[in-house]
Design a protein around this ligand. Structure first.
Ligand code: GLN
Length: 605
């Protein structure tokens, strides 16, 4: 039984091709509505059969985003969390797998006794119930449900696998009724290079597809890279309006912008918030969205020119989506330090000795990148490819006193390297890579499973207790007694080897509540050498960079001492020294206004 509700829904669908930036558009829509004074939540629908993204390859699907409750979700949930500063739950990511599993479980229990269980109505009802349930979960720290739920339907209209969702959403829009449902269709208007003409036919077809499935768009958001500094032609809008039955003022141009923080501003400039609020009968909320800080940050980001070079030593190099949250966290920290982020991708395998023989050029250029970096980051990862290269990167950072941040696997790597180099345990390893190692300094956690892969890791928000006051992490975390960060791992530092490692100079300033699980490792006599078993990147926000990323970038550009002296994050925010430089930059930025579309700073993060 689906209960009645008063929530308003904004559905974002995609047409013509994938990769139009539907997720960023949907997050930006959420942001301008939030900036108009509404409470916003979001749901991402992924029409694949996987239960969740946990077992999917970051190579094909981008990073697995981890939520507080341990949900392993599509990376778009990260965009929503960062743009809207909310904390979503696993139920905010709906997949075909989850829906079918819930219906099949009910069938087995006997809930449908006597009935033939079918896509319509059983699957479609389950989808609608799930949407209403997930939309009602408070995600912004306040009590009670939000005012508006932005639902993003993954894939492109016409995909076979999204059909049950389209049918369910058609029924849903009818049921919640006009004034409670707004459909925004993100589509492509290609430009024929030869004649420079904007073509509407693909969008017409895609809207026709939508309409034949019972959904009519209220707003069209048209994407094309050829719209640089230019609106859709008036007659093109007229044509789209006539064929797609969408008022001209509800047709929005999504041109390329210099950084993604500009997308909400682009929507606001075209009064997208007004169009949406009118469709939702919320005209009382129509006002200029409050986006001052957001605008300043977007302007500042474009103005930064002094680079900070971070070497990312990983497996999926060059694939920004595979490490999306790490890149975002680096960006948040770089903007805070007034530096332009330059990420140098270093393929871990290329650092290895074996590559020197097989492919000397790659080996040379990988080492050149590493040597030119202001800081080194080894992100999380699974499997043994490139492990020895990562160990060499950690060794280089330790010996040459280059700032280092190791995340999850990057922390385990740092411990293995230390055990090999300083304790002289040449075979030290993780049992993930060498199950028979004589010096297992990283081992499978007692609760871990290697046979049941889905959802069996130590996942989600767990508490780390900070010990002592002298560590850089304690200082960066404002001397809080504990922190809650998100986890995703099966292995941990072997607690039996901790005393040995400590005696040799490694310190463990952060542990779990038992005191036996190492959460943070640091080298005290190093400019910045920090490893964390958790993933601080998932909670970094624009304007509120994650503490340890800020520490890394500050160390990389010689600002760490000043940052640590300033002490707490709150003090830093109000410190006059940093606000003077910032306000000068902001002043310059406002003068430049936002005419900087498409200047391309090489960053798509
Ligand atoms: N493979 C390691 C583990 O399972 C590290 C995981 C990670 O980096 N997320 O513990």
């Amino acid at each position: 039984m689906i209960h009645s509700q008063k929530m308003k829904y904004v559905l974002v669908t995609g047409g013509v091709v994938s990769g139009l930036g539907k997720g960023v558009t949907a997050s930006s829509i959420g942001l301008i509505l939030k900036a108009s004074g509404l409470r916003v939540t979001s749901i991402k629908i992924d029409p694949y059969l996987n239960t969740d993204a946990g077992t999917m390859s970051p190579f094909e699907h981008g990073e697995v985003f981890v939520l507080d409750d341990g949900g392993e979700a599509d990376l778009d949930l990260g965009n929503y969390e960062r743009f809207l500063d909310i904390k979503l739950t696993r139920d905010n990511n709906i997949t075909t797998g989850k829906i079918y599993q819930s219906v099949i479980d009910k069938e087995r229990k006997g809930d449908y006794l006597g009935q033939t269980v079918q896509v319509v109505p059983h699957i479609t009802d389950a989808i609608q119930e799930w949407i209403e349930h997930a939309a009602a979960i408070p995600v912004d720290g306040k009590e009670g449900p939000a005012d508006i739920c932005v639902i993003e339907l993954g894939g492109t209209i016409g995909d076979i696998e999204s059909m049950p969702f389209i049918e369910a959403l058609g029924q849903f829009s009818y049921r919640v009724g006009p004034g409670n449902f707004c459909l925004i269709h993100v589509s492509l208007v290609p430009v024929l290079a030869a004649v420079g003409e904007q073509k509407t036919k693909p969008t017409q077809h895609s809207v026709r597809g939508l309409r034949s499935l019972g959904l009519s768009p209220n707003i069209l958001a048209c994407r094309s890279t050829m719209f640089i500094l230019q609106e859709l032609d008036g007659n093109v809008k007229e044509k789209l309006s006539r064929f797609c039955h969408v008022p001209i003022e509800n047709i929005i141009t999504l041109c390329d912008v210099s950084n993604i923080w500009r997308v909400p501003l682009l929507l606001r400039d075209q009064n997208a918030h007004e169009a949406i609020l009118k469709v939702l009968n919320l005209t009382g909320y129509i006002r200029e969205p409050v986006l001052g800080e957001w605008t300043s940050r977007a302007d500042l980001c474009d103005l930064l020119s002094e680079p900070v070079r971070i070497a990312m030593v990983g497996k999926y190099t060059g694939l920004a989506d595979s490490y999306l949250s790490v890149l975002k966290a680096l960006l948040h920290a770089s903007v805070e330090c007034h530096r332009k982020l330059c990420v140098d991708w270093v393929p871990a395998t290329d650092l290895e000795d074996a590559t020197a023989e097989e492919n000397p050029n790659s080996h040379r250029s990988a080492w050149k990148l590493l040597e030119g970096a202001d800081a080194i980051l080894v992100p999380g990862g699974f499997g043994d490819r490139g492990i020895e290269g990562k160990i060499l990167a950690a060794k280089y950072a330790r010996e040459k006193r280059i700032p280092y941040l190791g995340i999850c696997l990057g922390m385990q790597i740092a411990v293995i390297e230390f055990a090999r180099s300083i304790l002289g345990l040449q075979n030290a390893n993780s049992t993930e890579f060498d199950s028979n190692t004589k010096s297992p300094c990283v081992i499978l956690m007692p609760e871990g499973s290697k046979t049941q892969m889905g959802g069996t890791m130590r996942l989600g928000s767990r508490r780390t207790y900070l010990h002592g006051t002298s560590s850089k992490s304690a200082k960066l975390y404002d001397h809080r007694s504990f922190i809650d960060e998100r986890h995703r791992h099966r292995y941990e530092v072997n607690p039996d080897m901790v005393p040995q490692l400590e005696d040799a100079g490694l310190s463990f300033p952060g542990k779990d509540e038992s005191g036996h699980r190492m959460e943070i490792v640091e080298l005290p006599n190093h400019p910045y050498f920090v490893g964390v078993q958790f993933h601080p990147e998932f909670k970094s926000r624009p304007g509120k960079p994650s503490a340890l990323f800020l520490g890394l970038v500050a160390a990389a550009c010689g600002q760490l001492d000043a940052l640590l002296k300033k002490g707490s994050t709150k003090a830093r925010k109000t410190s006059s020294a940093s606000s003077t430089t910032k306000s000068q930059l902001y002043e310059k930025a406002t003068k430049l206004v936002s005419s900087v579309y498409c200047n391309g700073n090489g960053l798509h993060v």
